[in-house]
Design a protein around this ligand. Structure first.
Ligand code: NAD
Length: 507
């Protein structure tokens, strides 16, 4: 069975403990590879390697950094299909999504920041009257920690790593222990691309062991974290007294607000997607759907019909709409929220159950023989003919719940949405803003003035008008309230990974 090893100082290495954790295929519920069970000793080695690499990397020209990152881009593009299959098996997501979104986005992340670093400039201030000139340097902060979740594994991992490396920092990174495979494959591509040793170090293992050791390490100057709000709180508690720079992208409970004057067909198709893409496991999915009363019954009937027709299936089947839930633990959490919704008086309009095992589309045979090799070898995949007895949940639509019940206030992060009618703008704003979170919101209306009023008053970092998940990497990305602190994206991320230094010269 393949061992997912750490990538430290430019090499694939065993964890200090010599121990490995099970890595599950969520479609079958079976172990299909093993993950390095690392601890603070491995983190220490990774920080040492990153510290040693920092002087040379931070003084490498932006153009040279660009060239190396673009070599990595070419290799990810070459291996796009392998990486998409690996992501689908490891995470449970439909392979069509991994092919169209996850892996292309990893490519885009590296491309975007490789080139952005060549377009950054320092400011200067001509202090007329004082006979002086001030100039402001932006210098890479040093060794940084990047910690990412399991829902969009390579997509979010590279969203942090790419700007950090492009800015001249060296990195100790930790992917989620639930979905480590594509980060491991990336480490092999980094070796092939000739990324200098120690610039990127990847330490695998459990959050409370590896993640917390990265956060607590005195030589790690900044932490870029994406994950749950509770984990974010813990990270802030440790890192804030050490005066580390912190970027926290946390949970959400996003409203999807539908006015009766919307473009109905476009709204309906997009709302199915924004509710159930990636089994609802995208931090930007809308999970509370508010519908203006005149449209409510029509929407309810069409939405339920379309959701019931979604194909739950083998993630490796290109026709699958809804794949497997990433882990047993997360499956149990989602099912407990469906029980809670019923206990709170909700009516299940469709779904609500563990799904019957779908038919297997067949798999690729295991090819773990080259487990320790470096380069573009195939990762292990599910063996053809395996039973899909893993963690599948029917897409679920619930009505009849008030906006302030627990089902409508707490993050479920699965294929579960509620629908609720409303009468006025002010009423729906109160409902939408009633949660502790504030990541994203969607508004459907053809009335531009209303759209603008809503966007101004919604408590969230991102508002989509008549669309969803339309991303331009130049725009700031992040949440307000308990959805996080700081912004990623565009030049914001390069600013995060650099520190300003003002130099005043008396002429
Ligand atoms: P999580 O917080 O459990 O884990 C995220 C990462 O943190 C993992 O790598 C984990 O190993 C690590 N970790 C766990 N405990 C740690 C600790 N004490 N110190 C340091 N690191 C630790 O989150 P998850 O379950 O992997 O992901 C789901 C959550 O992520 C949801 O709440 C979702 O909304 C959120 N999310 C947010 C965004 C965003 O951009 N705001 C994007 C995707 C996911």
């Amino acid at each position: 069975m393949l061992n997912i090893e750490n990538y430290i100082g430019g090499e694939l290495v065993r964890p200090a403990s010599g121990e490995y954790l099970d890595n599950f295929d969520p479609s079958t519920g079976e172990v299909y590879s093993l993950i390095a069970d690392s601890d603070d000793r491995d983190v220490h080695l990774a920080v040492e390697a990153a510290t040693a690499a920092f002087p040379a990397w931070s003084s490498t020209s932006a153009e040279a950094r660009h060239d190396i990152l673009m070599r990595l881009v070419a290799l990810i593009e070459r291996d796009l299909e392998t990486l998409a299959l690996a992501e689908s098996v490891d995470q449970g997501k439909p392979v069509s999504l991994a092919r169209a979104v996850d892996i292309p986005r990893a490519v885009a992340n590296f491309k975007f920041y490789a080139t952005a670093a060549m377009h950054t400039a320092n400011e200067s201030h001509d202090s007329i009257g004082q006979n002086a000139i001030n100039y402001t340097l932006r210098q890479p902060v040093g060794v940084v920690g990047c910690i990412s979740p399991w829902n969009l594994p390579l997509y979010l991992f590279t969203w942090k790593i790419a700007p950090a490396i492009a800015a001249g920092c060296t990195v100790v990174a930790k992917p989620s222990e639930v979905t480590p495979m594509t980060a491991y494959l990336l480490s092999r591509l980094c070796i092939e691309a000739g990324l200098p040793a120690g610039v990127l170090n990847i330490v695998h293992g459990l959050g409370p062991k590896v993640g917390s050791a990265i956060v607590a390490h005195k030589d790690v100057k900044a932490i870029s974290f994406t994950g749950g709000t509770k984990t974010g709180e813990e990270i802030a508690r440790v890192a804030a007294p050490m005066f580390k720079k912190l970027s926290l992208e946390l949970g959400g409970k996003n409203p999807n607000i539908i006015f009766a004057d919307c473009n109905y067909e476009e709204m309906l198709a997009t709302t199915v997607r924004s509710s159930f893409s990636n089994q609802g496991e995208i931090c930007l999915c809308g999970s509370r759907i508010f519908v203006e009363r005149p449209l409510y019954d029509r929407f309810k009937s069409d939405f339920v019909a379309q959701v019931s027709a979604l194909k739950i299936g083998d993630p490796l089947d290109p026709d699958t709409d809804v794949g497997a839930i990433a882990s047993q633990q997360h499956f149990d959490k989602i099912m407990s929220y469906i029980d809670l919704a019923k206990a709170e008086g909700g009516t299940i309009l469709t779904g609500g159950h563990k799904s019957e095992p779908p038919a297997s589309a067949g798999g690729r045979e295991h090819s773990a023989s080259d487990a320790d090799s470096q380069g573009s070898a195939e990762p292990p995949a599910r063996a053809g003919g395996s039973d899909l007895n893993g963690w599948f949940i029917e897409p679920t639509v619930i009505e009849g719940l008030p906006h302030d019940c627990r089902t409508n206030q707490e993050e479920i992060f699965g294929p579960v949405v509620t629908i609720m009618p409303f009468d006025t703008e002010n009423e729906v704003l109160t409902y939408a803003n009633s949660v502790r979170y504030g990541l994203s919101a969607t508004v459907w209306t053809e009335n531009l003035s209303r759209a603008h009023r809503m966007a101004a008053k919604l408590e969230s970092g991102i508002v989509w008008i008549n669309c969803w998940l339309l991303r331009d990497l130049r725009t700031p990305f992040g949440g307000v309230k308990d959805s996080g602190v700081g912004r990623e994206g565009g030049f914001e991320a390069l600013r995060f990974f650099t520190e300003e230094k003002n130099v005043c010269v008396k002429l």
